[in-house]
Write a protein that binds this ligand. Structure first.
Ligand code: NAD
Length: 358
């Protein structure tokens, strides 16, 4: 069966890092059909829009999108709708990508890059499943007005609305429970049910969905406690299920436990298992074009792609094992370099992973 991949390298280091992931995918010897298109600033420069119609159509027709990064300071003065970053929002919306999966894995060889003590993060491997299209970021009504009541009636105020429907909660909960089945069969649902109505509905709904997954253990945690546990004992967590705003904050906190932004993969999925896979970092214009970026986050995103969109668990394991081997062998790009290791370029790192696959 052919799997169609839309490859969108984007700006800055995007091309360099995506080339390495493509190399690794090709080395698997599977039937992938890859088509490339412009996205972000480079798309604006060539076609007048960060997400041209042809790129959008290619992404929609594909089984998965492999995305590099977008953004460049030279586009910062464009009107908002034409800025490179709008391409990601446009793709999320057009593909209905409601589930964001961000693993935070601390490779034993890189524990010294973390700001936490090695014994706290060594062996850390957790997955944040964040709802991406609802919650207070999108809820209406929102806006500015004159306060009708409250502490200062008559004062200018702004307001947003936190909203979730039961089907929205059910579908993200299912993504978390399914992911847990591919891991350690445990889900920690994070909410603020002691204060928020939305969170109480969240909790009630997650408990209902859990009945379909008797093999998965479910626990609940308030978001303030989750923020503490992430730095106190992160290894006690495995799959963390949460809403959009809590997930935004907790996933950044979790990613920093690993200490190295060049290692962090991410996936955004819809209900047809179509997904957009990208490194968690940006386009790094400061190091673009120098062939020194770390491509491992993008290579690990490609592993997520074949695991979650193509159900190729065995091949995904192979890529992750190859990355592990390269690190064990002391091969490092500059950002994760430490004493006694061998410093390599972006493309040499890609070659090393391909060699380790064999
Ligand atoms: P950034 O993630 O691009 O870079 C932050 C720092 O980390 C830089 O010093 C960079 O050199 C380094 N870095 C990032 N990725 C690296 C890698 N793979 N290997 C080695 N070092 C790496 O964030 P920024 O500098 O705040 O933003 C730069 C541009 O990227 C902006 O235009 C921003 O809007 C955009 N951005 C895009 C995305 C995305 O495409 N999803 C995400 C974040 C930022």
């Amino acid at each position: 069966m052919t799997h169609k991949i839309a490859v969108l390298p984007g700006d800055g280091i995007g091309t360099e890092i995506v080339d390495q992931a493509v190399k690794v995918l090709n080395a698997l010897g599977e039937d992938f059909e890859m088509e490339f298109a412009d996205v972000g600033g480079v798309a604006y420069a060539h076609h007048g829009h960060p997400l041209p119609e042809a790129t959008l159509n290619l992404a929609k027709a594909a089984d998965a999108v492999l995305f590099g990064a977008v953004g460049d300071f030279k586009y910062d003065n464009l009107e908002r709708s034409l800025r490179p970053e709008q391409a990601i929002l446009g793709l999320r919306k057009a593909l209905g990508l409601f589930a964001n999966l961000r693993p935070a894995k601390c490779f034993a060889e890189l524990t010294s890059a973390s700001t936490l003590r090695p014994e706290v993060v060594s062996g850390l491997d957790l997955l944040i499943v964040r709802e991406l299209t609802g919650d207070i970021y999108f809820g209406t009504p929102r806006g500015r007005r004159t306060a009708p009541d409250g502490h200062f009636p008559g004062a200018p105020e702004a307001f947003d609305t936190m909203r979730y429907t039961v089907p929205e909660i059910e579908r993200i909960a299912r993504v978390a429970f399914e992911a847990a089945r591919k891991r350690k069969n445990k889900v920690t649902s994070v909410d603020k049910a002691n204060v928020l109505e939305t969170s109480q509905l969240w909790r009630d709904t997650v408990i209902e969905v859990a009945k379909d997954y008797p093999d998965v253990t479910l626990e609940h945690m308030y978001v303030d406690n989750a923020a503490m546990q992430l730095v106190r004992a992160p290894k006690a967590l495995d799959v963390v299920l949460t809403g959009n705003i809590f997930g935004d904050i907790l996933s950044d906190e979790a990613s920093m436990l690993t200490g190295s932004i060049g290692m962090l993969a991410s996936a955004s999925l819809n209900d047809k298992k179509q997904g957009l896979y990208e490194p968690s970092h940006g386009s790094a214009p400061d190091i673009a074009g120098k062939n020194i970026a770390n491509p491992l986050a993008t290579i690990l995103s490609a592993a997520m792609m074949i695991r979650y969109s193509f159900d190729m668990n065995e091949q995904a394991d192979r890529i992750e094992a190859a990355v592990q081997k390269v690190l064990s062998d002391g091969v490092r790009t500059g950002d994760i370099m430490s004493e006694g290791c061998r410093k390599v370029s972006c493309s040499e790192m890609g070659d090393a992973v391909v060699a380790a696959l064999a």
